[in-house]
Design a protein around this ligand. Structure first.
Ligand SMILES: Cc1ncc(C[n+]2csc(CCOP(=O)(O)OP(=O)(O)O)c2C)c(N)n1
Ligand SMILES: [Mg+2]
Length: 729
């Protein structure tokens, strides 16, 4: 062992540095030294107890899994020493913890109990981290500041950035009323991650932002040498992550043997102190072992040699700590046997209690997909308009809504690519300001300052992941994805994080936020990468509300509802509709809201109804005017939100007209119209005099040449054709 424990015996472990710098020769009475020595022994023994408790919970959970009383097992075995050290230098409920599934020993050190853990193992209704929704070992605790963990590796890195930025916002934005209780001057955000998972882009995106924003974030890379069966040299050039990250300006890198408790303790003490003192972000690279294979579904004998496994076994932190306690005579064999018996009893009692706990009721399965307390379809969100000024564009309406909502709620922040007026403060007063590539956010930075309106790096997951972290801590991000076509790097964060935080944590955590997404074609020259409109993909993510206004008035009313509601909302802004004259409107005032799930009847009619939204609303109006000349009376219903869907209006107009068209810009195959058509077929079949007919784009990308674009995207002629065919059926 590289540490001379005897040299530390005169000090408690947590102030060891002080002792070493002052030297052992300082005047100290023998009695004081003995007391300190006893304190150090007690400290080590209690650390050992936590490590052992963690291991024995894993052992018990393995037993439960083998008896089919638990349904998943992944262990923290081999990681215990560095995790107990981390837990002891950080403060539950003061600092923040973005964890992953190996962190049992950290969770125990922070205060999560064995019973809490076993309630998770058996999927009990009272599992405090997820109510039986998420796998065990996916930590979540509001009291200790452990936000709900997903299973997607590395996503937590960006949440950690957002969490840390939320602390900074509470510190800096004076207008937030109760901000004093929301942050700590010296708080640290710990992000833990396996070495294999550092291959994910989100890890690097988070380090970028930790460094560019100089955030008090501490990374703990738990390097057990393998990601399932893939060894570290396949993941990381040179097989040594700390060497690679050392070049990051502003990041301080620490290394330790994470199986050596004393080494880990010293390293974590220094690293935490560094970050707490606001000296910048830091990363601890801890080498650990993984004696129980990846999970209970994996057998490492398939890919590790016996020699390698034997060498790892010698580094087992529990064995090393036990040897230390015995060799330093801090405990006797009998002491340790008693301690083991005590731990085993605690573990067995907790497991028995969890096994007797009730399971969730099946009828609670869909609970907490959305907020149980704020209903954006309710009359609370139905406020009267108070029109002011001349009719203006959709861009102006959205800009004014953002401006007024930011004034009303100081927790709102706006960020994304190029959304600020000018990132460089020196330029800000001297230039007109950019305010987004479509100028939707123009002037907001000048009005509300650079803490609340700022540019993100060119990284979509970075935007959404940070927003999720901020939102989990009570900030209201209203972010922009510059083009729908480039949303895909953020898809993991949108689907697996933003959509699921509330559900998987059984409503303990949530991330209400708004993602504004310019979308759609008809641009002339938009081509495959500036014309996409695949909203149906997001309709398939339970937990996200989808709004898609077709005009300036609805854009303002729906955006305000999106901002004030308690759910994640994707707000689709059609680029082609941003500046049309036909959809202009007066601004309807700072409190105008349109409830979600309430369609707008754009045109009454009796022969056919068209259910539509976005750019197809105007195209349907043109088609309906043509059809009127044939003597066909066409109703048009603008759905305005797809999630929730206004089924009542769909049903009413299907009954009234008996002939239905669903028209949308998105592709035919697996477009959202397919869902509407199927539901009408299933629930209203007897009302139909003709098959439900869909108008949609061709099943191909939107091509550049205008003749191709016109052939691909649906136009009013396509809608008219559909009207005629439905009427003639
Ligand atoms: C984004 C994502 N891809 C793949 C997986 C499947 N998976 C779960 S754990 C794991 C290995 C992680 O290895 P490492 O980061 O080294 O952590 P360790 O399990 O070794 O502690 C993989 C591939 C996942 N959960 N998430
Ligand atoms: Mg690993």
């Amino acid at each position: 062992m590289c540490h001379n424990f005897l040299a530390m015996k005169g000090s408690t472990l947590t102030n060891g540095a002080e002792t070493r710098t002052k030297g052992e020769a300082e005047t100290r009475t023998k009695g004081e030294a003995e007391t300190r020595s006893k304190g150090a022994a007690r400290d080590l023994l209690s650390a050992y107890r936590l490590m052992l408790l963690s291991r024995k919970i894993d052992d018990k959970e393995i037993q439960l899994k083998n008896q089919s009383q638990a349904f998943f097992q992944i262990s923290g075995a081999g990681h215990e020493a560095v995790l107990v050290a981390a837990g002891r230098h950080l403060r539950a409920g003061h600092d923040w913890f973005l964890t992953y599934y190996r962190d049992r020993a950290l969770a125990l050190t922070l205060g999560v109990t064995p019973l809490d853990m076993f309630l998770g193992s058996v999927g009990a209704a009272d599992d405090p981290s997820s109510g039986g929704r998420q796998m065990p070992s996916h930590w979540s605790n509001t009291r200790f500041n452990i936000p709900s963990a997903s299973s997607a590796v590395a996503t937590q890195c960006l949440h950690g950035i957002g969490i840390s930025e939320a602390g900074r916002l509470y510190e800096r934005v004076d207008a937030i009323p109760d901000r004093a209780s929301k942050f700590q001057q010296d708080e640290v955000t710990l992000v833990t991650i396996g070495e294999g998972s550092t291959s994910e882009g989100e890890f690097w995106e988070s380090i970028n932002t930790a460094c560019t924003r100089d955030l008090p974030v501490l990374y703990l890379v738990e390097d057990n040498g393998y990601a399932i069966s893939t060894p570290v040299e396949v993941q990381t050039p040179g097989g040594d992550l700390s060497r690679v990250v050392e070049s990051f300006p502003g990041l301080t890198v620490f290394r330790c043997d994470g199986t050596d408790y004393l080494a880990s303790d010293e390293t974590l003490r220094d690293a935490v102190a560094h970050v707490r003192a606001r000296k910048g972000p830091a990363l601890v690279h801890a080498n650990v072992v993984r004696p129980y294979s990846h999970s209970l579904s994996d057998d490492e004998k398939l890919y590790k040699t016996k020699e390698e496994r034997d060498a790892e076994a010698r580094r087992d932190p529990i064995v090393r700590m036990r040897d230390l306690l015995l060799s330093e005579e801090l405990a006797s064999g009998e002491d340790l046997a008693r301690l083991l018996a005590d731990v085993e009893q605690e573990v067995n009692e907790a497991a028995d209690q969890a096994l007797a706990a009730p399971k969730p009721e099946p009828d609670t399965a869909t609970r907490y997909v959305f907020s149980p307390t704020v209903d954006p379809t309710s009359s609370e969100f139905d406020t009267p308009p108070a029109p002011t000024g001349a009719p203006d564009t959709m861009v102006a309406a959205i800009n004014a809504t953002l401006r007024d909502e930011m004034q009303r709620n100081p927790r709102i922040v706006v960020f994304g690519q190029d959304v600020a007026d000018a990132s460089r403060e020196g330029a800000l007063a001297k230039v007109p300001g950019k305010g987004g590539v479509f100028k939707v956010t123009h002037g907001l930075q000048k009005l509300y300052g650079s803490d609340r309106v700022f540019n993100s790096p060119l990284a979509e997951a970075n935007i959404i992941g940070r927003a999720v972290g901020m939102a989990m801590r009570g900030i209201k991000p209203v972010v922009e994805i510059q083009f729908f076509d480039y949303i895909w790097p953020a898809y993991m964060q949108l689907r697996d994080e933003m959509a699921m935080v509330r559900y998987r944590s059984n409503n303990h955590w949530s991330c209400p936020m708004v993602v504004r997404v310019p979308i759609g074609g008809y641009l002339r020259g938009g081509a495959p990468y500036h014309s996409q409109s695949g909203v149906a993909i997001f309709a398939h993510c339970p937990g996200i509300r989808l709004a898609f206004p077709s005009n300036a008035r609805d854009a303002a009313g729906l955006l305000r509802t999106a901002i004030r509601c308690d759910d994640p909302v994707m707000f689709f802004e059609h680029k082609h509709l941003y500046r049309q004259t036909y959809n202009k409107a007066e601004y309807q005032g700072p409190d105008y809201m349109i409830p979600f799930g309430k369609a707008s009847v754009v045109r009454e009619g009796t022969d056919v109804v068209i259910f539509t939204w976005g750019a197809l609303v105007q195209r349907s109006i043109v088609a309906a005017q043509q059809a009127e000349k044939d003597g066909t009376s066409v109703a048009i219903v603008d759905l305005r939100t797809l999630v929730p869907l206004d089924w009542d209006t769909i049903a009413a107009y299907t009954r009234r007209t008996n002939r239905v068209i669903v028209a949308h810009e998105d592709q035919m195959t697996a477009g959202f119209g397919g869902h509407i058509a199927a539901r009408i077929g299933q629930e209203l079949f007897d009302e139909l005099d003709a098959p439900v007919t869909r108008v949609a784009s061709l099943d191909c990308p939107v091509a550049y040449a205008p003749v191709l674009e016109e052939a691909i995207l649906p136009g009013s002629a396509d809608v008219l054709k559909a009207i005629r065919s439905v009427v003639a059926y």
